[in-house]
Write a new protein. Structure first.
Length: 110
């Protein structure tokens, strides 16, 4: 049986001290409540927004490029007027530039 890669660093190519959670591994990210809950909150919001976008514009699922991402639930002070706020854990990924060692480009078909 092939061994998993849970012990691999979650982020490569940048100094650990320059990350929010230095030394975080893939397995650690999967066990981190702020990341797992934040990603679930974001997924629900993104799915809702995409559903509205598709309904209002007529776009098909095949026209939408989905980019994998992790989101972190924000720890808000008591009494803060909003709940379930998240931030992208690797914000550079949303702009097409990986925060690790590579770059990705979306393929566009017209």
């Amino acid at each position: 049986m092939e061994q998993g890669r849970g012990g691999e660093p979650l982020v490569r190519g940048i100094a650990p001290q320059d990350t929010a959670k230095p030394g975080l591994t893939v397995a650690g990210a999967l066990r981190d409540p702020a990341l797992t809950r934040g990603t679930e909150i974001a997924r629900q919001g993104i799915d809702s927004a995409l559903r509205t976008l598709r309904e209002e514009t007529g776009l098909m699922r095949r026209h939408i490029v989905r980019v994998p991402a992790l989101f972190e639930e924000l720890d808000l002070p008591a009494g803060y007027p909003r709940r379930d706020l998240v931030a992208n854990y690797l914000p550079g990924a949303a702009n097409g530039v990986s925060t690790g060692t590579g770059v990705y480009l979306a393929r566009w078909r017209s």
